[in-house]
Structures are given as structure tokens and as C-alpha cells.
Design a protein around this ligand. Structure first.
Ligand SMILES: Nc1ncnc2c1ncn2[C@@H]1O[C@H](COP(=O)(O)OP(=O)(O)O)[C@@H](O)[C@H]1O
Ligand SMILES: [Mg+2]
Length: 251
């Protein structure tokens, strides 16, 4: 199995000497191509910081992060941005869609900023919208559709480029339970059928149970790893719940 992400002894501090906050403490793990990994932990444990460091939205204080064997922090800014564009897909809790673009145009955005013929872009977008069941809202604008539909659109936008790694921060945090189930099923399908590698942050055990492996963060430390193995999702969910209680509760 080849490694897509390698996080080596990563530390992240916020603030200055008098007001120093260690958000990540010697975090170390790797993710193989095609994995679906959930990162769990209570509020303030460092989940978003970790994801932002991996995506180079934030900078690390020590250690290394390799994506596809590339140390992103060592790249000049322009190359870093290009690497991010070509290799990473992002899904956020609050969708981050552009309200002035239609659903279709939002999905096409990662391709539009590359030099790809319009016809090719349109074909890829059409195909993916069919797959995700959002063809009927193609020409609507984000404010005109539901939260679940917005997040479907955001998933399509994250995937249209066929990125090596999809990073999702609480992707269902703003959704009702029905839409949550649909988005998680969608991510599972992208992972299974399209071999998309997914790293998803969530504080919700049910959401986390869709992953194949869980990394538990607590106070900036990686304290535990759980593998789903041959477990059903329900059994995995219960295993996650007992792990959370063993680690001292969620909140
Ligand atoms: N920009 C920042 N400046 C100072 N402290 C921060 C900043 N971002 C996060 N933190 C602190 O780092 C810790 C981890 O935060 P975060 O990664 O957002 O946690 P989570 O996503 O797990 O809720 C928290 O104690 C938070 O207050
Ligand atoms: Mg967070």
C-alpha cells in the first residue's frame, strides 16, 4: 500500500511566549491511498488545527507533513498553492460555496481556473452531478437550495479534480440527520467506488463510524487509534462510544 499522507512529529503553537498555547503535540500518523480516516476529539482538542496544518492553510511550528512524498512547507508559496489546487479537495462545515455562482459553476470552479476546454469541464460536471443526484439544481444558486444540497455540491466541487486527498472538517456539522446520512453515504461511495482518500474531522461518533479508522485527539495529543476491520458500522459505532468513555468523555 502506498502512503499518501505522512505526518511526522508535528507541533503547533499559537500565541507568544507569555501566552503560549500548544495546540498539537508531536502528532504522528500516516494515511494510505484509498483510506477513509476519521479524526475525533472533544472541542478544542486540535482537530481543525491539524486539518488546517495538513492543508497548509495554517503553518506548523515543528515536524514535517508529507503529501505524496512532498514536504509542502518546504515549497515556495506559489508552488504550494499549485500543489494544493492539484492534489487536495476541501469540504467545510459551512459549505464555502460562492453565492454568486450557480451550483454547476461552483462545482466547475476547480477546473475553470485550470486550462481545460469548456466542453470537457461541462461533461465532467454533468457526470458528477448525475452521480450525486443534484442535476435538477444545476442552475440554481446556493441560497436557493437546502443545506444538504449545498454540501452535495461542495462534495462534488472537492472531487471534480480527482484530488489525491479529500480533507473534510465537520462536513455534516450544519446538517439535519437525514442530510447527514446522505453526505456520509456519498463520501463512503466516493471512497469505495472512486478510491478517494478521505480524512474527515468530526466530533460525532456516528459520523466517525463511517470511516475505516479513527484517530482520537485529546489536548493536542494523538491518544488512540481504532480500526474498523471486519466490524459492521453499528458495532464500530459502539466500539467508538466505549473508547470515548474510556478516554474520559466527549465534552
Ligand atoms: N488562531 C488561534 N489562535 C490561538 N489559539 C488557537 C487558534 N486556533 C485554535 N486555537 C486553540 O488551539 C486549540 C485547538 O483548537 P482547534 O484546532 O480549533 O480544536 P477543535 O477543532 O478540535 O475544536 C484550542 O485550545 C484553541 O483555542
Ligand atoms: Mg474544529
Amino acid at each position: 500500500m502506498s502512503t499518501i499522507l505522512n505526518v511526522v512529529s508535528v507541533e503547533k503553537y499559537y500565541g507568544t511566549k507569555v501566552n503560549l498555547k500548544k495546540a498539537l503535540d508531536r502528532i504522528q500518523f500516516s494515511v494510505n491511498v484509498g483510506e477513509f480516516v476519521s479524526i475525533m476529539g472533544p472541542s478544542g482538542s486540535g482537530k481543525t488545527t491539524l486539518l488546517n496544518c495538513i492543508s497548509t492553510i495554517d503553518s506548523i511550528s515543528a515536524g514535517h507533513i508529507y503529501i505524496n512524498n512532498e514536504d509542502l512547507a518546504a515549497l515556495p508559496l506559489e508552488k504550494m498553492a499549485a500543489f494544493r489546487r492539484n492534489n487536495l479537495g476541501f469540504i467545510f462545515q459551512d459549505f464555502n460555496l460562492l453565492d454568486t455562482l450557480s451550483i454547476e459553476e461552483n462545482i466547475a470552479l476547480p477546473l475553470s481556473i485550470k486550462n481545460i476546454p469548456a466542453k470537457e469541464i461541462q461533461q465532467s460536471v454533468q457526470l458528477l452531478m448525475q452521480q450525486l443526484g443534484i442535476t435538477d439544481i444545476a442552475s440554481k444558486f446556493p441560497p436557493q437550495v437546502s443545506g444538504g444540497q449545498k454540501q452535495r455540491c461542495a462534495c462534488a466541487r472537492a472531487f471534480i479534480n480527482r484530488p489525491k486527498l479529500i480533507l473534510a472538517d465537520e462536513p455534516t456539522g450544519a446538517l439535519d440527520s437525514v442530510s447527514t446520512g446522505q453526505i456520509l453515504t456519498l463520501l463512503t461511495e466516493l471512497n469505495r467506488q472512486e478510491q478517494a482518500t478521505i480524512l474527515m474531522v468530526t466530533h460525532d461518533p456516528l459520523c466517525a463510524s463511517y470511516g475505516k479508522r479513527i484517530l482520537f485527539l485529546k489536548d493536542g495529543h494523538l491518544v488512540k487509534e481504532l480500526h474498523r476491520g471486519q466490524m459492521s458500522r453499528t458495532d464500530f459505532y459502539h466500539a467508538i462510544l466505549s473508547e470515548i468513555s474510556a478516554l474520559g468523555g466527549e465534552k
